[in-house]
Design a protein around this ligand. Structure first.
Ligand code: ATP
Length: 235
């Protein structure tokens, strides 16, 4: 299921937070969404997931227009927002069971068990979410994003707050999920992009300044590192 973005824009008064961007994310590929602070990444992701109405333009997922079929599209997408709104008074298992129920999943307890294992929450599964460390809260966020086995995953800084061991595990999980899904991740960690992504887009002040396969982007910039390319295009 492809994600196709056409002339997508979001304006806040005079400010063009996202200014007519175009790109495509393809199945079986992981797209890294990069840009400096305030460039428009979260705003774009919120529009792709139906949490924010665009000022103009379109987001199309699996051939469906987000404006026309928001509910259908939401079922196809797993979304990890920047600050995952979790119910801190709920227990991990209880919360995931609740999410599974809202999606109307069958075999809910089996699926909850499976995602708990997948994201490495086994040891923390009986705790209240509010008692978890930042990294484990992030894992709960990831678990809720993948519980309904969506074909499209949109992950806003999925590895922020994770320690180096957790980073390795979660990156491996995302890489694995990316084998058959369409994945878009935003991150500030260039190493992560190198390790995970096939394609990259760079946004600066609301406008796209790069949109290519990583290997092609490097070729275009005479083999420069991704970090140097990022700096060159965004400073
Ligand atoms: N509700 C809002 N009202 C007004 N301006 C907003 C609103 N939400 C975002 N903005 C502005 O839009 C711009 C893009 O913000 P956005 O959160 O998309 O950036 P980002 O690329 O995700 O940044 P970061 O890397 O810091 O998370 C910023 O200048 C921000 O201040």
């Amino acid at each position: 299921m492809s994600v196709i973005v056409r002339n997508l824009a979001k304006h806040y008064g005079e400010q063009k937070a996202v200014n007519q961007i175009n790109f495509e994310a393809k199945p079986g590929r992981i797209l890294g969404f990069l840009g400096p602070n305030g460039a428009g990444k979260s705003t774009t992701m919120k529009m792709l997931t139906g949490y924010l109405q665009p000022t103009s333009g379109q987001a199309e997922i699996a051939g469906k227009d987000m404006k026309l079929e928001p509910l259908e599209i939401k079922k196809l997408i797993g979304y990890l927002p920047e600050n995952t709104p979790l119910y801190i008074d709920m227990y991990v298992r209880e919360f995931l069971g609740f999410v599974a129920e809202t999606y109307g999943l069958k075999n809910r307890s089996k699926r909850v068990e499976d995602v708990i294992k997948l994201v490495g929450l086994t040891q923390e599964q009986h705790k209240k979410i509010g008692m978890l460390s930042k990294g484990y809260k992030q894992r709960v966020g990831l678990a809720q994003a993948i519980i309904h086995q969506p074909q499209v995953l949109i992950l806003d800084e999925p590895t922020s707050g994770l320690d180096p061991n957790q980073l390795t595990d979660i990156r491996a999980l995302i890489k694995n999920l990316g084998k058959d899904k369409t994945v878009i991740i935003s991150t500030h960690i260039m190493q992560e992009v190198e390790a995970l992504c096939d394609d990259v887009i760079i946004i600066n002040k609301g406008a796209l300044v790069a949109n290519a396969a990583i290997a092609d982007l490097k070729k275009e910039h005479a083999g420069a590192s991704l970090e140097d390319i990022f700096k060159k295009l965004t400073q």
